[in-house]
Design a protein around this ligand. Structure first.
Ligand code: 26V
Length: 809
């Protein structure tokens, strides 16, 4: 096919013709959506030759590959990303100008692919971009949910969840590959036969579900001649092409089947919800492993060397069934004996842990697991039996230790233990997190398998989180330090030479103003709240969770409001500050939803008080998602990273803010520690308990929030205002928040860190008044953020875990 992007005239012609061919109408009559879809189609077609060549290069060069198994890929929009990585933006823009079409408006038509909850899913998306941009052979394997993460509406201050119908108008980037569908077995029985004196097991499933792949091309950055286009394969569930099961009606069977890929993270608080989630996990794991195995056999005709040519990456425990599934294929289908199969499996799998929160560590009740996946359960039991024999050798007189470390215990299958035992590499996502894993949470495993544990500090793709979302900053950087940082972010360090250059500082100031203005325009348009771009934009955007402590931020705002109303001197010294929140709460997470209501009630109060609203504004932006983040990250002065130390494994929003010149106000948690290591106390506002102090309190007690309630008048007053009708006439509305931080012990140390947080906020506010100093700090943050590109992270995964070679074709 000819390249329609060679120049604007060729493209213009092809574009108009194609609109008419696809839709059978005159170009002039086509809708913006039709134009968007046609542009997407042309881009996808343009990608296809490199896509084919990438797959050929992998096979012909016998390259080792990684399959990144993740239940979540929070991709956001892809048009802008793809045309940027392909280097065809200017051609398209020129043509669109001629046609009087605003390319930015077309880009806004794309649905934001929100197949993830938060950091874990967005990390997977950044990794896809970096793997392809480093020309590494690596593919994503996930679920094609019909409904992505819910859309959030705020009604009367409360969160209301609306289904996210992202596929409704079609998804231009996906290619359905029904010929590569596979049948996934569930339920049923196991038949045992003796063959040559050996037990051979056959699973006789009660039902099959068809897994149909939809492939999305992942386009690497073409700079330096890279042509890599990897695959993100998302599986959709459909009725089998075999016989329908005879124990349920066809209608019930079809409904059950469709359900598997219907929703991201269905509610797992009920038994039905749990079964569905485990079904999802096995479904996309079994389909993905078959994909990898089939590809491997086509090239090598044997699985003997599977582990030398493939890595199956387990993103959090959700895909940990890879371990027994690969064992099953090797033993039941390929005739390997246990030890050979175990060697291949254990050398193929690598596991990343993303949280130490106990409630997030997956455990499946045996009585649910066993009937659903009978053969997989048998294999898991055998893995456990052999592993426990090993444990008994290590701990001969400690049966309770063996029980505690087992994969199956208390009638549950512990997915993290399965992933650890079955993987050659186990990593945390920031140094502090890895230290906590090895020294506390997983210390016995670490002592057993010290060589398997390693750290890979997270990163973000600077292509989306700088080059695309902040054109003003990109322009300044290009002019000041050249463009090498586009391919090597450590080159950003050169920008530090400019911190005393008055003109550059001015440029940075203008850039920040422009980005703040753009955000405040959208907020004003959508929510009617007017923010002054000259005020400090203090932003906390992330999932809503008690440990992330949006409540601490909210309580501080209440304190500020009280103080601004009463303390003239304080008022006179205070630089106006705008507090911006964005967060979705899990639909069943009562406390988190109350915090959203609290923030909105505070906003209502302070924004409407003419005594203070020139100084203090609060806004909770509706429906925070990847696309919104692209507007928000560049607009921040202060980046709120205030989790209880030890709880946030890494955080990645912290990195996006830093790269765009915001200062971190945060605890020594997750990757904040590494940000602080780079910029020091002078260029960040660090406060609060350390992870060691937090863990000490958890282990030894010694903290009583009532003491602070009684001794700190600010805390006393703010807490009383939650329940005395100050914010809303209903004095019960925030009673449970009051109780959480008093009667229930303040598990996340909100009151304990309150004073330190207030002081850090004061430092930030006062520092901002010295614009010269602030701009210098901002530039230092930008210049030292090079480490946090996911290109660096992926290079480390590749060098130290995956051992991949870049493609050259
Ligand atoms: C899961 C759950 C599930 C049940 C209830 C509460 C709860 C709380 C947290 C989680 C987190 C699941 C794993 C996760 O998303 N971890 C995030 O991974 C990011 C990428 O590594 C990292 O930056 C975040 O710090 C980490 O929270």
């Amino acid at each position: 096919m000819t390249n329609v992007f060679v120049d604007k005239n060729v493209f213009k012609e092809a574009f108009q013709t194609r609109v008419e061919q696809i839709y059978g109408i005159k170009f002039e009559e086509s809708t913006p959506h039709q134009r968007y879809f046609t542009l997407g189609t042309l881009v996808r077609e343009y990608i296809s030759s490199n896509w084919i060549e990438t797959n050929q290069a992998i096979v012909e060069g016998k390259h080792k590959q990684v399959y990144y198994f993740s239940m979540e890929f929070l991709m956001g929009r892809l048009l802008t990303n793809n045309i940027m990585n392909l280097g065809i933006r200017s051609t398209i823009e020129a043509a669109m100008n001629d046609l009087n079409i605003d390319l930015n408006e077309l880009e806004k038509i794309e649905a934001d692919a929100g197949l993830g909850n938060g950091g874990l899913g967005r990390l997977a998306a950044c990794f896809m971009d970096s793997i392809a941009s480093l020309a590494l052979p690596g593919h994503g394997n996930g679920m094609r949910y019909r409904y992505g993460f819910f859309e959030q509406k705020i009604i009367d201050g409360y969160q209301v969840e609306v289904p996210d119908k992202w596929l409704q108008r079609g998804y231009v980037w996906e290619v359905r590959k029904s010929n590569e569908s596979v049948e996934i077995p569930f339920y049923g029985e196991i038949k045992v036969d003796k063959v040559d004196g050996r037990d051979v097991y056959t699973h006789l499933p009660a039902e099959y579900v068809r897994a149909v792949p939809y492939d999305v091309p992942v386009v690497g950055d073409i700079t330096s001649g890279n042509k890599t286009v990897n695959t993100l394969r998302l599986w959709s569930s459909e009725p089998t092409e075999k016989d329908y099961p005879d124990h349920i009606s066809a209608v019930d069977y079809e409904k059950g089947v469709r359900n598997i890929s219907e929703f991201l993270y269905p509610d797992d608080s009920t038994r039905e919800g749990k079964v569905l989630r485990l079904k999802q996990q096995y479904f996309f794991v079994a389909a993905g492993v078959r994909w990898a195995v089939r590809q491997h056999k086509e090239t090598y005709q044997t699985l003997d060397n599977f582990h030398e040519k493939n890595v199956l990456h387990i993103n959090d425990t959700h895909p940990a069934l890879i371990v027994p599934e690969l064992m099953r294929i090797l033993i039941d289908e390929e005739g390997y004996d246990w030890d050979q199969a175990w060697f291949i499996t254990q050398h193929s799998c690598a596991y990343t842990n993303h949280t130490i929160l106990a409630e997030a560590l997956e455990k499946w009740p045996v009585d649910l697991f066993k009937p659903l996946l009978p053969r997989i359960y048998m294999i898991t039991e055998e893995i456990n039996r052999r592993y426990c024999l090993d444990l008994l050798n290590r701990y001969p007189n400690q049966p309770e230790k063996v029980a505690q470390l087992a994969i199956i215990g208390h009638d549950q299958v512990r997915m993290a233990h399965l992933a650890i035992v079955g993987s050659f590499s186990i990593n945390g996502v920031a140094q502090l997190h890895t230290d906590i894993l090895t020294h506390i949470e997983m210390k016995d495993f670490y002592h057993m398998y010290p060589d398997r544990f390693n750290n890979k500090t997270n990163g973000i793709t600077h292509r989306r989180w700088l080059l695309h979302c902040n054109p003003e900053l990109t322009k300044i950087l290009d002019e000041q330090i050249g463009t090498q940082y586009h391919t090597n972010t450590f080159e950003l360090a050169k920008f530090e030479e400019k911190i005393n250059d008055k003109n550059v500082k001015d440029e940075i100031k203008k850039m920040k103003y422009a980005r703040k203005k753009a955000l405040s325009d959208r907020i004003y348009k959508e929510q009617g709240v007017l923010l002054d771009p000259n005020s400090i934009f203090d932003i906390q955007v992330k999932r809503l969770h008690a440990y992330k402590r949006q409540l601490l931020n909210a309580m501080h705002i209440m304190y500020l409001y009280n103080r601004l109303k009463e303390d003239e001197v304080f008022r006179a010294n205070f630089h106006p500050q705008s507090f911006i929140f964005g967060a979705k709460a899990a639909s069943g997470y009562y406390f988190a939803k109350k915090v959203i209501k609290l923030i909105n009630s505070i906003a209502e109060k302070v924004n409407n008080d003419s005594d203070t609203n020139q100084l203090l504004k609060v806004v909770f932006v509706e429906n925070y998602n990847v696309t919104y983040a692209e507007l928000i990250m560049p607009a921040a002065d202060l980046s709120e990273q205030i989790s209880t130390a030890s709880k946030e494994a890494s955080g990645t929003g912290n990195m996006k803010f830093m790269l765009n010149g915001a200062m971190t106000i945060g605890t020594m948690d997750g990757a904040n520690v590494e940000i602080h290591e780079l910029v020091g106390d002078d260029n960040s506002f660090i406060f609060g308990l350390s992870a060691d102090e937090v863990n000490d309190y958890y282990q030894n007690g010694g903290y009583n929030p009532w003491d602070l309630y009684h001794s700190d008048a600010r805390i006393h007053r703010v807490l009383d205002q939650l329940v005395n009708g100050f914010l809303t006439p209903d004095t019960e509305e925030f009673r449970d928040i009051f109780n959480a931080v008093t009667h229930h012990g303040d598990e996340y140390f909100v009151l304990k860190d309150f004073d330190a947080y207030v002081r850090a906020q004061e430092r930030a506010n006062q520092t901002y008044k010295n614009q010269d100093k602030w701009l210098e700090m901002s530039m230092i943050n930008i210049a030292r953020s090079g480490k946090f590109s996911s290109d660096r992270t992926i290079q480390e995964y590749s060098d130290q875990i995956w051992h991949l070679d870049p493609l050259t074709f």
